[in-house]
Design a protein around this ligand. Sequence first.
Ligand code: ZN
Length: 411
Amino acid sequence: MNTDNQYNPIELSKEYLKKSTLGNQVSIEQGFNVELYEVSNNLAFIKNFGNIAVFKNDSTGLLIDTGMGVSSMQVIEKLKEWGISNIEYIIYTHGHVDHVTGAEYIVNAFEGTTKIIAHENVTKRFDRYKKTIGYNGIINQRQFGLPSPVFPNDFAYPDITYSDEYELEFNESIMILTHGKGETDDATYIYSNKDDALFTGDFFIWSLPNAGNPSKAQRYVGFWGEVLKKMSEYNSEYLFPGHGPLIKGKKTVKELLLDTSNCLLWIEENVLNLMNKGYSLREIQSELVLPEEFFKPYLVSAYDDFSFLINSVWRQYGGWYSGTPSELKPPKLEDIGRTYIDMAGNDNNLLKFLESLVNSQKYREASVIVDAAYSVNSDLFSDIKKEIFLKLAEEESSLMAKGIYKFNHDS
Ligand SMILES: [Zn+2]
């Protein structure tokens, strides 16, 4: 049944589940190596940076997501090899570029017309992207360590949109599309009854849910937890994740969905509990530790970071004021820098003090001072600034924290 002897994403996922912790499964390199795995005669999993699922009815295809435009040539080749000659539908699980930018290339490579189906907020997202193209380019560069800012300025908009639920029949299978808020407000998950398969999009990505990204619009920790719980009620045999390998087995699928759900609900409940008692954001950050029951290979802070999910809940329910008065209207960075230099006596004394902090591995404390000092005397403080932030990057597990600390220092 398998068209590829080497690549077996189901075996790969079993291997991952045996590990107590997990490396970063969503590395960008995944996008450069596309594989197709045949689940049945009518359904295949395509590994990509953003995964793709493809249904086949004779030579007509239905795709769930399209991957990144950069890998579309490989995807098109795999689809043709598998016997697809036209694509009737594409369903977007959400509007992120790693799931939608392949659409234009794929649609153009096949005959006939293709209808794109998505949640109605995908359209709003594409409109919003036009307003923030510069910013999105910069955060992509920072997050993925790219040589320059990159962000597309054109998107394949959906032809059919829906708001809560949408049903579609394809090759005698009923597909149920359901809207849920999690990483985005435009997300869809899909269940196919004939294949007993659940297509989660980025609601499941083999690492701690990406609900706290420091540079993105609001994400929804608690709603995400609720959605995963609802998904688990399908009791499905397959879970096709947005990133990382395919999962098979009802018991495993249910366990992964419920563990992830419980983890998110635990985070939201506990942040709200402390907010209601009057704790500041920083106090919550130092108070909350993820319980051991959530030390799972698929809940590691590999992409997002546990502490960022705390920020996300805080922002959703409490706005951006941190609860620490000096953070409400902080002075100019240069003014703080001059204050540190005055305290030390002069620039060189402050540099020596920073060196002593580095020697005692107090990188986080040193980072606060060096940001301010650098804004006063960039020549003197640039080397130590780089050293401090690269040390911080080394200590972090999440791609997002690493990306921010390495930005402009990784040469
Ligand atoms: Zn994604």
